[in-house]
Design a protein. Structure first.
Length: 174
């Protein structure tokens, strides 16, 4: 209610300012004095909240200041707790997404392992039937590990033919 009355008074004074430059000067001087007083009050309040200049305060004023600080701390703690809870929920959500991705990758690895076992069995059957040419020039050997409880280790072995190729010597300096 007080702010509405203050705004009304200011609006009324502003209308009168247009008519007289002396009144306008007085208005701005009062406005500047009011702003200086507000600044001083805010600075004093800030110092008191920081625990400075408390010597002039009585018991009731100190209790009011203490209550104000406790309410502020409570509000800060509530905000901090909410932020931590939100962060925990977000991390749990991300963790479940990662777990789902991990399960999908595990399923794919098992599928590939099964396909490798089937290919190995086919190769073994063809080898036993004598259908595979042992003089193949393929320089790579693949090993399939059938134990599903161990991690997959794929190795690429080069044949001795590649090691017989002469490597160029590094250039000599100086």
């Amino acid at each position: 209610m007080k702010t509405v009355i203050d705004r009304y008074s200011r609006a009324k004074e502003e209308q009168q300012l247009v008519a007289n430059p002396n009144t306008e000067l007085k208005f701005w001087q009062r406005e500047a004095a009011s702003l200086r007083q507000q600044l001083h009050n805010l600075q004093e309040n800030h110092r008191q909240l920081m625990g400075q200049n408390l010597s002039g305060l009585g018991v009731k004023e100190l209790q009011n200041l203490e209550n104000q600080l406790e309410m502020s701390l409570s509000s800060i703690r509530t905000k901090k707790d909410q932020l931590l809870v939100d962060e925990i929920h977000e991390l749990n959500r991300k963790g479940s997404l990662i777990q789902q991705d991990n399960m999908e990758l595990y399923r794919k690895v098992n599928q590939i392992r099964q396909e490798n076992v089937e290919l190995y069995k086919k190769l073994y059957e063809k080898e036993a039937a004598g259908e595979i040419n042992q003089d193949s020039t393929t320089p790579y050997n693949f090993a399939v590990i059938e134990n599903t409880n161990t991690p997959i280790h794929l190795e690429l072995n080069t044949s001795p033919q590649e090691s017989d190729i002469e490597q160029p010597a590094p250039p000599k300096l100086g």
